[in-house]
Design a binder for this molecule. Structure first.
Ligand code: PLP
Length: 411
């Protein structure tokens, strides 16, 4: 184990994730798919179970004790999650099902109101489909255009190209904070500055960032920030949109129903203040509580030491990959986080993944919901190992032992 890991006691941390003790196909589980979803610590599993055992009721409505308890657990979680991303207050934190829904919310509620014929939304070629398709859907309705920002061979956003595009009619620059497919960490502060100088707004897709680095939305200078609970040790089905207060306040609702209204009559309806205006229907209360517990879990750790540990694991994988015959790595940005993406001897990534799975190694293969990026590199997909705080160098060694076997079997 490396020096950073030994001060962190990764082994004790791993013990908090019960699933990591599982055997898969007769082998200890080697979980290298945290960019798809992270595993959950006891603290999160227990918080959800305790909520259902002791506090479950619907929120905001009934005047009874359990409903009060559920409401304070739910709103308490909102406060924690808002503070976790550096929000000034919890009004700016809208619960969503995850990053995808958060981006759709902005596309429909902001874009639907503001975008006009000829306007442009700039997205990078690195983007996950969830930061492309919502914009395409909204653009098609209002005659706007989604324009890709080129990336370099290293997998970095070409800032010269962005500068050039920003001379045109761009209203929004929507880019990932960290790429799920290549691990590229984008220069988000600079992107925000360039966009604002050109009069455009900025949305960052933080799905792959919040687990790995301290995020402060105000310091990043963005207008919107979207993220998912399940990628930061929380449950699936919950995530959030953070938005600048004045922008959220001007945005109309995008879904109608209970909870989001002020008054309803057949003459028309009026709507709640932010954030409730964007939260129609019964929310994922237990999910919010679970995400609050994930934030407590992360806040209880030395985040700098975790980042150093994760970086050590990633750099170790890169080093081993560089020495491994037939392995071509994709994404060689100057700053990378979390993901190690490669093709082995030109073999179909699904075959490699299946043979690794037989050895208990779980990772993701295919296009990673980034088809334009795969087209850019003229490949159909990659094998992606992705890391979280519980991974070890020994697991990276297991990956390469597994890959050596795969290479022999398939050659
Ligand atoms: N953006 C990025 C960069 C992602 O990695 C993902 C999921 O893999 C998403 C968006 C979508 O997240 P979710 O499915 O949680 O909405």
């Amino acid at each position: 184990m490396n020096a950073v890991a030994s001060t962190l006691d990764i082994s004790a941390l791993r013990d908090q994730f019960p699933i990591l003790a599982t055997e898969i196909n007769g082998h200890p589980l080697t979980y290298l798919d945290s960019a798809a979803t992270t595993q959950k610590p006891d603290a999160v599993i227990d918080a959800i179970s305790d909520y259902y055992r002791h506090d479950n009721a619907n929120v905001h409505r009934a005047a009874h004790t359990l409903a009060d308890r559920a409401t304070s657990a739910f709103e308490g979680a909102r406060k924690k999650v808002a503070a976790f991303v550096g929000s000034e207050n919890e009004k700016q934190l809208v619960w969503t099902r995850g990053t995808t829904e958060a981006i759709n919310l902005v596309a429909y509620a902001w874009g639907g109101r503001v975008l006009q014929e000829g306007d442009q939304i700039l997205v990078s070629t690195l983007e996950h489909h969830s930061n492309i398709v919502p914009w395409q859907l909204v653009a098609a309705r209002c005659g706007a255009e989604v324009v890709p920002i080129r990336i370099t061979d290293a997998g970095e956003i070409d800032l010269e190209e962005l500068r050039r595009l920003l001379k045109g009619p761009a209203r929004m620059v929507a880019v990932g904070h960290v790429s799920n497919a290549l691990g590229t960490v984008n220069p988000v502060r600079e992107i925000a500055k360039l966009a604002h100088e050109a009069g455009a707004l900025v949305l960052f897709d933080g799905a792959q960032a919040t687990a790995h680095q301290v995020v402060d939305v105000r310091e990043l200078g963005c207008d919107f920030y979207a993220f998912s609970g399940h990628k930061m040790y929380g449950p699936t089905g919950i995530g959030a949109l953070w938005g600048r207060e004045e922008l959220l306040a001007e945005m109309p609702p995008w879904q109608g129903g209970g909870e989001m209204i002020d008054e309803v009559s057949f003459d028309g309806s009026t709507f709640q203040q932010i954030p409730y205006r964007f939260e129609a229907g019964t929310p994922d209360i237990a999910g919010a509580v679970g995400l609050g517990a994930a934030v407590d879990f992360l806040n209880g750790l030395d985040r700098d030491a975790i980042a150093a540990h994760e970086n050590d694991i990633l750099q170790y994988a890169i080093e081993r990959g560089d020495d491994f015959d037939g392995l071509t790595r994709y994404g060689c940005a100057s700053q990378v986080s979390g993901a190690f993406s490669f093709v082995l001897n030109g073999l179909p990534s699904a075959d490699v993944g299946m043979l690794l799975d037989q050895q208990g190694i779980a990772l993701r293969t295919g296009h990673h919901c980034t088809q334009p990026l795969m087209s850019r590199f003229e490949i159909s997909g990659t094998v992606r190992a992705s890391f979280a705080l519980y991974n070890t160098r020994e697991e990276v060694d297991r990956l390469f032992t597994g890959l050596a076997k795969v290479r022999t079997m398939l050659s």
